[in-house]
Design a protein around this ligand. Structure first.
Ligand code: PAF
Length: 283
């Protein structure tokens, strides 16, 4: 496995592979890798000749300075994990390499980016689009892999690729959970033992709500989740929305669409966590 820090080194390596007709995958990450990332990389390795993993904590997608400062950075451990799962190239650039000058591009993915994370984290998806498009231009991957935990991000990246006509196949991969149900996230390492225990309420409530939804209305199911979170000391709900999985707009009744997904964001202490659950997918 090669670790490179510049776009030039990366391009030189990839040009050789491309000349040999090899397919190239990109798994974009912000490091602090866990089994969720490992599952994306394993899939990329299985489906492509060459797998590039980028490790870059992208400053332009953080709307909170403290969040950026506290974001875990563990490049050495990340490289060990990536070597073990068969990645070929790690691209770990410095901020100046990706942003030699300010990126002033403004994207609009309305209405996908005006709701949920887009509403609560202004500028977040613009920053995600800036960095992911730069990575796509640098790597020119045939396929790129993203986790469904960031459900809205996945929809926005698909839309970005459509708008910019970037010839890459976007592959969404299922959420990976800890044995006790907590969705894997780099941010979980920031939770104290007590907060980690409290955070379990999120996945437990979402799974219970699946059963509840069988015999209750959408509004009742939404309240069921909201009440369970609000009744747990130490959890502070930002939003729980049940949306059409394609448009990301809230729906009022189960019959309103074929693809209904519940998306949640909350603070557990000072750590912001997200998760989601699919109620139905008849597409
Ligand atoms: O999902 C993430 O880790 C980031 O948003 C991404 C896609 C790597 C862009 O920085």
């Amino acid at each position: 496995m090669k670790v490179v820090a510049t776009k030039t080194e990366l391009k030189n390596l990839l040009d050789t592979f491309r000349k040999e007709g090899k397919s190239i995958a990109l798994v974009p990450t912000m490091g602090a890798l866990h089994e969720g990332h490992a599952s994306l990389v394993r899939r990329a390795v299985a489906e492509n000749d060459v797998t590039v993993v980028s490790v870059f904590v992208n400053p332009t997608q953080f709307n909170d300075k403290n969040d950026l400062q506290n974001y875990p950075r563990t490049l050495e451990a990340d490289c060990t994990l990536l070597e073990n799962v068969g990645a070929d190239i790690v691209f770990a650039p410095a901020v100046e390499e990706m942003y030699p000058e300010e990126d002033t591009r403004c994207f609009s993915f309305a209405p996908l980016d005006t709701v949920m994370e887009g509403a609560f984290r202004p500028g977040h998806f613009n920053g995600v689009a800036q960095i992911v498009s730069k990575l796509f231009y640098a790597v020119e991957p045939d396929r790129s892999y993203f986790g469904e935990k960031d459900f809205q991000q996945l929809a926005i990246i698909r839309e970005m690729v459509r708008q910019l006509a970037i010839p890459v196949e976007i592959v969404g991969c299922p959420i990976v959970r800890e044995n006790d149900g907590l969705a894997m996230s780099s941010r979980n390492t920031l939770l104290s033992a007590e907060e980690r225990e409290r955070a379990l309420t999120i996945s437990r409530t979402l799974f219970k709500s699946l059963e509840y939804a069988n015999s209750n209305s959408l509004a009742e199911t939404k309240s069921f989740v909201e009440n369970a979170i609000n009744d747990t000391p130490g959890l502070q709900l930002e939003y729980y929305q049940i949306v059409d999985g394609d448009t990301l707009q809230e729906i009022a009744e189960w019959a309103d669409c074929d693809y209904a997904v519940g998306c949640i964001a909350l603070f557990c202490g000072k750590v912001r966590l997200i998760d989601n659950i699919v109620y139905k997918n008849n597409k």
